[in-house]
Write a protein that binds this ligand. Structure first.
Ligand SMILES: [Zn+2]
Length: 461
């Protein structure tokens, strides 16, 4: 249940959720510590509000970091902040609400037992990101909630305008090796030997073409011809292009020539943690480091906090990479043999971007004579690139970042929800502000029976 909520939240507001959840758990440690030193109760002292062009920042000043929960409700649109076990300073007032051109139009608060609830009434739907800040003069502990306009589209989109402000997702395609580095060298077919660098460049180009033709997608190739690009440079190229995902394509050799089949790799945990250390060592990386994840800069953070933030980013990124890897592997299994059923993990340097989900696809083994023959044929290269394209689409249908045309399209169609134990259609309908009839119609259901793990479409209202 909890996981499903997270998944839906993730779809709507991206990785910010991971921050808020994780942030609150990070600070539980601090909370316990401070309880042992101080005996006075945590107190909400005031609320401030800042209007940026892109978002509204709400800051709650507290004497200690509370356990809290932030959630969004609609009809009418509002954000609720529940603070646990907190007192309120005498004479407490809400923030001054400036009614002109901002997202928050009103403010309410009330005590609920030991807890305190703050409600922000909104002029438009928002997504939220929350985190806590340690004292910095003149401020003490703060709970920060950023409100950004959410992607929920207007009821009647104007034709022709739909794509204007919605970007394409960017797929970085990394053809392995190149130039002086031929990669794996296969048997002679025709006049020359099959070289990995040529096979993977062809597959990469075909994949790039398919993506360019698909609405909502853009591709960049980390190498466009037969030349070598250092591994770190490949990662850098994709980060500079603000790639949403990175796919490195290979076709390697194995000492046993009977080994065949495709495999998909993601970064191993060990690879991720050693990379974390390296990134932190290079201070110049800090300012733009988590730009792709939560717009959190590491520049002004001390080492311990920077380390923690980077860990969170790496974790989120690893789990996104795994999801992507599964989709690719699933599609590749329809084209040919799969070397191993599951994803594999390794410390490959090209997979080490901390904020771009990255996978490495071994399309097959050039050391296997039959596979080398297949891999060198244009037809098979086309099939492999189609499978990768389909896998990317499957992934993006669920995980396209907010602000992209694909995410917008998905919102228009509704939300995809995975049924968990105990769910009923009527309860789901209630939760999403729709009706049993509409859900049944959207999914072509004849009965009320739901299967755990089944994905259902919740039509947008
Ligand atoms: Zn290779």
């Amino acid at each position: 249940m909890r996981e499903q909520d997270d998944a839906l939240e993730f779809m709507k507001i991206g990785s910010g959720t991971i921050y808020s959840g994780a942030f609150s758990s990070i600070f539980i440690g601090c909370l316990l510590l401070s309880y042992s030193i101080q005996t006075s109760a945590d107190t909400l002292k005031g609320i401030r509000m800042y209007n940026h062009p892109s978002h509204t920042r709400v800051v709650l000043d507290v004497s200690e970091l509370p356990s809290y929960e932030v959630f969004v409700l609609s009809n009418p649109e509002r954000v609720v902040v529940d603070l646990e076990k907190i007192e309120v300073v005498t004479g407490f007032e809400g923030p001054a609400v400036d009614p002109s051109g901002i997202r928050v139009k009103g403010f309410r608060s009330a005590r609920r037992g030991e807890n305190y609830r703050v409600v922000l009434d909104l002029a438009e739907p928002v997504s939220t990101r929350s985190f806590t800040l340690a004292p910095v003069a003149p401020y003490g502990y703060r709970l920060v909630i950023d409100l950004r306009p959410s992607l929920i589209p207007p009821k009647k989109p104007q034709p022709g305008l739909e794509r204007n402000n919605r970007r394409d997702v960017v797929i970085a395609i990394d053809a392995g090796h190149g130039g002086e580095d031929p990669g794996a060298v296969g048997p002679k077919i025709g006049k020359s030997r099959v070289l990995e660098k040529n096979v993977v460049l062809n597959i990469s180009r075909k994949l790039g073409d398919k993506l360019e033709r698909a609405k909502g997608y853009k591709s960049i190739l980390t190498r466009q011809g037969d030349y070598y690009v250092p591994l770190r440079k490949r990662v850098e190229i994709s980060r500079q292009a603000r790639a949403d995902i990175f796919i490195s394509i290979h076709a390697d050799a194995f000492r046993n020539s009977s080994v065949s089949g495709a495999s998909v790799y993601t970064l191993s945990e060990q690879g991720a943690s050693s990379e974390n250390a390296r990134w932190l060592a290079e201070k110049e990386n800090r300012s733009d480091l988590i730009g792709g994840v939560g717009e959190v800069s590491l520049e002004d953070k001390d080492d311990a906090l920077a380390h923690l933030l980077l860990d969170l980013s790496m974790d989120a990124n690893r789990s996104a990479s795994i999801k992507l890897g599964h989709k690719l592997l699933e599609r590749l299994s329809h084209v040919g043999k799969i070397h191993k059923r599951g994803l594999e993990q390794a410390g490959f340097a090209v997979l080490k971007a901390p904020d771009v989900p990255s996978v490495l696809v071994e399309t097959g083994y050039i050391s296997n004579p039959n596979e080398a023959r297949r891999l060198s044929s244009s037809k098979y290269q086309d099939q492999v690139s189609s499978a990768l394209f389909e896998g990317i689409k499957l992934y993006m249908e669920e995980h396209a970042p907010p602000g992209t045309w694909i995410a917008w399209k998905r919102e228009q169609e509704g939300i995809r929800y995975v049924v968990v134990s105990g769910d009923t259609i009527s309860e789901i309908a209630l939760r999403y502000g729709t009706t049993v009839q509409r859900i049944k119609k959207a999914n072509d259901f004849n009965s009320d029976f739901l299967r755990v793990g089944q994905t259902i479409l919740i039509p947008s209202s």
